[in-house]
Design a protein around this ligand. Structure first.
Ligand code: PHE
Length: 500
């Protein structure tokens, strides 16, 4: 059943062809770089096995309830976030665009990181990073220092990959939902299979127990330290792609008879399973490296680009011929996980443009690609990785949490979250009721406000003028662009009837 919804966008006719497609798209969004290169280090550094307590608490108290809210809103109101908020109260539209701008800005740098991975994927076939991966990374990916001096010099291979990835996203989204379905339905099962290969292989490596013991050794005393709770809530928020209206968008394409809570549990479970499973693989490999190199785990363990693009290439260098298989599989996993997350970010922003301005898929995809590409290219300059680190911390740790608080308050209090209960429960075996309502209205705003304060203290620094300049520019974009998008006239004001 091909639903070419080129013309019917704006009339809210896009629908998933199967529950499987919806689940793969949602899991594709959740399972991303965070699952592969972030979770395991957070687990290791924030209490080992003891971290699982705040982690599971964060999933139960925040992850599941908030995702149920997002699914319920999308499924019941079937619109983009900015339109939905406008329908609740016209002046709230700007809040919707604020959150969508966060989506857009995350998209612009997340794509560049996926681009780095593509470079490493190509290099992994011949260990092209050479004998010193650390140096290779600084000379070829980071290039500039921690300042804005190299902002005018493009790192050409990265700029080219970035252009290519934007074209891929454009192509994926420009026609109908069918292409997205095809991609997620094949890539996500394949990703799980490839990761299973890595994990099982890693468990055959000598030394794997050194890594696993270091990873899981519980440090119970840390449970009384607030920072591991902050880390757990932060990880769950990021890992489940919460609060960005991705789930609202994807759930707005659900057929009428769909169930809600079961899907939420399936996505959250798959996401956690994947990150725990991957952590076992990563730390087994680090254990092997520790045995080979004599370095203790704490000198090897790190997160983010340092893990994937420096430590792992070092491991592949000592590994011999099997690295020519393990390396490409590892970078391919990051690519699949990253690409499916990118698709969800792109589709969310694209849908919001179509819903407000009545653009066809092709037109909204093209506009988004042009604006997005221009911003992404900044991250491919010599100062790109410096700016990227600051943008990432600012958007994920501060702006996003603020967005989630605003949504909990708006949907909890102004819309009246009770109104969603019949729609959520209609086809769901697991029902929600008063406890869920109380979590959205009271518990989430309080917990997230505490989290937000901790993050703000952490992120805002006044010591470095360059950091401050970048933060001010991002803040300005996050304020000005939503106002402009709100002020621009909608295609048809009647297409967003008020919700009573
Ligand atoms: N959940 C993704 C990850 O773990 C990150 C992401 C956040 C993707 C927000 C899309 C939107 O990497």
């Amino acid at each position: 059943m091909g639903n070419s919804d080129d013309q019917i966008q704006g009339q809210q006719k896009t629908r998933w062809n199967s529950r499987f497609a919806f689940l793969m798209a949602m899991i594709g969004s959740a399972v991303g770089l965070g699952n592969i290169w972030r979770f395991n280090y957070v687990l290791y550094s924030q209490g080992g096995g003891a971290f699982l307590i705040p982690y599971i608490t964060a999933i139960i108290v925040m992850g599941l309830p908030f995702l149920i809210l997002e699914y319920g809103v999308g499924y019941h109101l079937r619109d983009s976030l900015s339109n939905i908020l406008k329908r609740i109260k016209p002046y709230l539209e700007v809040v919707g665009w604020f959150i969508l701008l966060i989506v857009f800005l995350i998209l612009t740098y997340y794509l560049v990181i996926v681009g780095w991975d593509v470079i490493y994927l190509a290099l992994s076939f011949f260990k092209g990073w050479g004998a010193d991966p650390n140096m290779f990374f600084s000379n070829n990916i980071v290039v500039g220092g921690d300042d804005l001096n190299s902002i005018t010099s493009f790192v050409l291979p990265m700029s080219l990959i970035t252009i290519l990835l934007w074209i891929v996203l454009w192509y994926t989204s420009c026609k109908s939902i069918d292409r997205i379905e095809k991609i997620v339905k094949s890539l996500i099962p394949l990703l799980f299979l490839l990761m299973a290969f890595i994990v099982f292989y890693s468990l055959t490596l000598p030394g794997h127990m050194i890594g696993l013991q270091a990873l899981f050794r519980p440090k119970w005393e840390l449970l009384s330290d607030p920072s591991i709770w902050v880390a757990a809530f932060g990880q769950v928020l990021f890992s489940l792609s919460m609060g960005l209206s991705i789930a609202i968008t994807y759930a707005s394409y659900l057929p009428d008879e769909s169930e809600i809570t079961g899907n939420v549990v399936a996505v959250a479970f798959s996401n956690s399973f994947f990150e725990l499973f991957t952590a076992i693989g990563v730390f087994s490999i680090l254990g092997y490296m520790s045995l080979q190199s004599g370095l203790p785990i704490d000198q090897l363990a790190t997160s983010g680009a340092g893990l994937s693009f420096i430590v792992f290439p070092q491991v592949f260098n000592v590994m011999g011929n099997s690295a020519y298989i393990l390396g490409p599989v590892f970078f391919l996993c990051i690519f699949f996980a990253g690409l499916t997350s990118l698709i969800s970010l792109f589709e969310t922003m694209r849908n919001a443009l179509s819903m407000k301005f009545g653009f066809t898929r092709r037109k909204s995809s093209t506009i988004l690609t042009i604006f997005g590409l221009v911003i992404s290219l900044v991250y491919t300059t010599g100062s790109g990785s410096f700016i990227l680190t600051i943008a990432d911390a600012f958007l994920n740790n501060m702006a996003l949490i603020l967005g989630v608080i605003l949504q909990a308050v708006i949907f909890g209090w102004m819309y009246g979250v009770e109104k969603l209960i019949p729609a959520i429960n209609k086809n769901s075996k697991l029902k929600v009721g008063k406890t869920w309502t109380a979590v959205i209205k009271y518990i989430l705003p309080v917990i997230l406000s505490l989290l937000w304060i901790c993050e703000v203290i952490d992120v805002i620094t006044f010591d470095d003028i360059n950091v401050l300049i970048i933060q001010i520019i991002i803040a300005a974009i996050l304020i000005i662009a939503p106002i402009v998008l709100t002020k621009l006239p909608a295609k048809d004001e009647n297409s967003t009837p008020k919700i009573d």
